[in-house]
Design a protein around this ligand. Structure first.
Ligand SMILES: [Zn+2]
Ligand SMILES: [Zn+2]
Length: 447
């Protein structure tokens, strides 16, 4: 499927790009239900249930009576009628490697490629236009009851983010290194359908509010530093947004600079959070910022149901017993640290997120770098954020437990979803929301 490169045009516009979205990797087989007629090579497939299986180096498509319909290293299932056809994966896994992991039935539009890149392993890739992809993303990432301006802001950043991934695939030398983005880790497709990239959980929840937000912003992206912005977002910054380099590669962008999540001139005194004492004071406080939302109604309009399992994320606390922490760190690192004696933050980003954490054990001492690695190392799944301070109650060289007091949910870079929802609730339009979180970026219509 040919794609135009995603350069910011001097004048004129590009065609709407097509995307290759990875739906499933690493399984030996998958059930699939076709609603509408599909074409697979010379075979015409009637609506109904089918089975895809990796056998040796080939993909085999079987019908409900287990008769072979097609067999090849790569099978393309194309809808006979793009608007009317859809396919369902009844047992697809979502939230992979996160605490909300589960399987769900997901329905997609567009074409499907089933590939066998290594013997016995099936990879499923959805081919879909950018706007149809975004329609499902907007509904997967947040509640369709979100306010219109919040949805519009999210349309622009989700579009910018995914087009920035294509931009760096078509111009790899523009990237500082091969692992410039998370999506760069995908070899066979542009983005995956899960939290690792952006949630794309199918058309189940698509609704009129998302459609009209997309139509109002069609083709609009944020542009800065000579290209489409790598417009990051997370659930809740905790009070200050974070730098790119705290979380990913050691580069920073002019439009992703840390800033207090409040209207200009209204910030209460915020101590430098890179110093331990400043971080401690900040995390103990509840500053009046956009994402300090007490109104459950606003949260309900932002978070889809399954995120609501965790609602106290602006300031949070976790207590981990010595034995438990010792076990978790051993499992995550593959090393026996012995008793965990101290957790020492060595470096923090602008939002207080720990960039480097030294784990001092009775048998071993190591330093963990980058925000997500820190979050994952200390929890069976992962902590809400790496913006936390550590206390060890009681005396003695070996603590019985560790109390982590933290702020925010997610990496904190770019748009803060809870803060943006609160801004929209307070009457800001999407342009002013984007200008707040991506200072210096321009809004442009690419197609
Ligand atoms: Zn991904
Ligand atoms: Zn925030």
């Amino acid at each position: 499927m040919p794609r135009p490169p995603i350069d910011v045009p001097e004048n004129g516009m590009i065609d709407e790009p097509g995307l290759r979205v990875g739906l499933s990797e690493g399984l030996a087989g998958a059930r699939i239900i076709l609603a509408g007629r599909y074409l697979c090579g010379s075979a015409a497939l009637n609506p109904g249930a089918y089975q895809l299986r990796a056998e040796g180096g080939s993909v085999v498509l079987l019908d409900a009576r287990a008769a072979v319909c097609a067999r090849a290293q790569r099978l393309l299932l194309e809808p006979a009628d793009a608007a009317g056809c859809a396919f369902t994966l009844p047992e697809n896994s979502i939230g992979r490697n996160f605490h909300w992991q589960r399987t769900a039935s997901q329905t997609f539009r567009g074409a499907l490629t089933a590939c066998c890149f290594e013997p016995g392993v099936l990879t499923l890739i959805n081919h879909i236009g950018c706007e149809a992809y975004l329609e499902a993303v907007i509904c997967s990432e947040m509640s369709p009851r979100s306010s219109a301006e919040f949805l519009k802001a999210h349309c622009v950043i989700s579009r910018s983010w995914v087009l920035a991934q294509l931009q760096h695939r078509s111009h790899p030398r523009a990237a500082p290194d091969a692992a410039w983005t998370d999506a760069a880790s995908h070899v066979h497709f542009d983005v995956c359908n899960d939290d690792h990239c952006q949630r794309y959980h199918g058309i189940g929840a698509v609704n009129a509010a998302a459609r009209s937000a997309l139509a109002a912003t069609r083709g609009e992206v944020l542009v800065g530093d000579g290209g489409v912005c790598d417009a990051r977002f997370s659930k809740c910054c905790g009070g200050i947004t974070e730098r790119f380099s705290t979380c990913w590669q050691d580069v920073d962008y002019s439009y992703l600079q840390p800033r207090p999540d409040c209207a200009p001139g209204t910030a209460e005194f915020i101590p430098p959070l890179s110093a331990e004492a400043g971080a401690r004071r900040f995390i103990a406080a509840r500053p009046a910022v956009f994402c300090n939302v007490g109104d459950r109604h606003i949260l309900e309009t932002v978070l889809p149901g399954f995120d609501f399992e965790t609602s106290d994320f602006f300031r949070w606390q976790v207590t981990i017993a010595q034995d438990e922490l010792r076990g978790i760190i051993a499992r995550k690192s593959g090393c026996d640290f012995g008793d965990i004696l101290r957790l020492e933050p060595l470096a923090r980003g602008a939002s207080g997120r720990i960039r480097a954490l030294r784990i001092v054990g009775s048998k071993r001492t190591e330093t963990v770098s980058k925000e997500l690695a820190v979050r994952r190392m200390l929890s069976a799944s992962h902590l809400y954020s790496s913006a936390f301070v550590v206390d060890t109650p009681g005396a003695g060289p070996v603590p019985n437990s560790f109390i982590l007091r933290g702020a925010g949910w997610g990496h904190g870079v770019g748009l803060c979803q809870i803060g943006a929802a609160a801004m929209a609730h307070a009457g800001h339009d999407y342009r002013s929301i984007l200008a707040h979180y991506f200072q210096g970026a321009r809004l442009e219509r690419l197609y």
